[in-house]
Design a protein around this ligand. Structure first.
Ligand SMILES: NC(=O)c1ccc[n+]([C@@H]2O[C@H](COP(=O)([O-])OP(=O)(O)OC[C@H]3O[C@@H](n4cnc5c(N)ncnc54)[C@H](OP(=O)(O)O)[C@@H]3O)[C@@H](O)[C@H]2O)c1
Length: 308
């Protein structure tokens, strides 16, 4: 059997853990998980692990020379959107410059680079977006991620792919950060109120489905931009209501608010979300509905879920 060597960066993060779990189970892939930590945060995956800070070009070069990957999936990112406004330098180094290092090494080896990106490359005036729509970021995180997208193209013609996604939720082991669904579950399960935006529209994405879409980009050797998200276009308020419904929490704890009333450090684009037709037709990407995904997640977390 011909093995495909797959190097995953940011493997200890939410998406990274899902990708490692999925791809290390497939005999065709020889997976090297890499992350900033000394060891993996996940257990049970049959793959190698290497500590790797993607902002260190020499360490990236050595990792590429030793492992000679055929595919690199870049899940490493500074994902704290408000934190990126405060610490622009780190945000730019991780989300933009590090992708230049990765693309350069991919180009040298003839490896493919799959760069994970975000709806925040758009201004949110006209969502849901297609792959061909023109980016115009409104915060620093979005600007840095857009620069990262552009850098990924330097891997070479037919060697780069960009997987754009939004509002990713899921579960993992010792995850570095929480996510919207886990946060809402935590609050509502304690009977605590939450204020949720009625004017921010998204297509929330179950991390396990996103990983399945990215694996298909790798498997089919696809090039170009792919929108990989859920297909339900909802406000964050509607999404929180779905969480309350599926986990049988008191929905009256969810208070509607607006971006104008509840200021955040980084401007949020109002209407993003994605049209995923290209991924559905070219990759056979089939994300679960919000309710199905939440039930699946609930079962993994050992939480009781309603049946309809
Ligand atoms: N989560 C979302 O809602 C969302 C939405 C749109 C797009 N995305 C994109 O999806 C991708 C995966 O995000 P995620 O949700 O899995 O985020 P995450 O859980 O925050 O994972 C990101 C990982 O990158 C690591 N990392 C940060 N700086 C690094 C460095 N210099 N070298 C190596 N690793 C580094 C982090 O490690 P530390 O914990 O040590 O910092 C973390 O393990 C990112 O490209 C993100 O921009 C996510």
């Amino acid at each position: 059997m011909l093995y495909q060597r797959v190097l995953i960066t940011g493997a200890n993060g939410m998406l990274g853990q899902e990708l490692v779990a999925l791809m290390s189970r497939v005999p065709r892939y020889d997976v090297l998980a890499t992350g900033r930590d000394e060891g993996p945060r996940f257990s049970g995956a049959s793959c190698g692990y290497l500590p790797l800070d993607v902002t260190d070009p020499e360490a990236v070069r050595r990792a590429f020379l030793d492992f000679t990957p055929g595919v690199v999936i870049n899940c490493a990112a500074r994902t704290h959107v408000d934190g990126c406004e405060d610490d622009r330098d780190t945000c730019w180094k991780v989300n933009a410059v590090a992708v230049e290092h990765l693309a350069r090494q991919c180009h040298g080896l003839g490896a493919r680079l799959i760069q994970v990106s975000t709806d925040f490359v758009f201004d949110g005036e006209k969502g849901p977006y297609r792959e061909t729509d023109r980016p115009r970021p409104v915060n620093f995180y979005g600007k840095a991620k857009l620069a990262g997208e552009n850098a990924a193209r330097d891997a070479g013609i037919d060697k780069w792919a960009i997987a754009r996604t939004n509002v990713v939720y899921g579960a993992g082991e010792a995850m570095p950060r929480s996510n919207f669904v886990l946060w809402v579950i935590d609050k509502l399960s304690k009977g605590e109120p939450v204020n949720i935006f009625t004017d921010q529209w998204r297509t929330p994405t179950y991390a396990r489905d996103l990983a399945a879409g990215i694996e298909r980009i790798a498997r089919f050797g696809k090039t170009g931009v792919y929108n990989l998200s859920g297909r339900d276009f909802v406000t964050m308020y509607d999404f929180a209501q779905a969480i309350a419904r599926v986990f049988d929490f008191d929905a009256s704890l969810i208070h509607p608010t607006t971006s104008a009333a509840f200021k955040q450090k980084a401007t949020r684009p109002p209407r993003t979300g994605f049209i995923i037709l290209k991924a559905e037709t070219e990759l056979g990407f089939k994300p679960r509905s919000i309710d199905e995904a939440l039930r699946h997640l609930g079962t993994r977390l050992g939480l009781p879920v309603t049946t309809s």
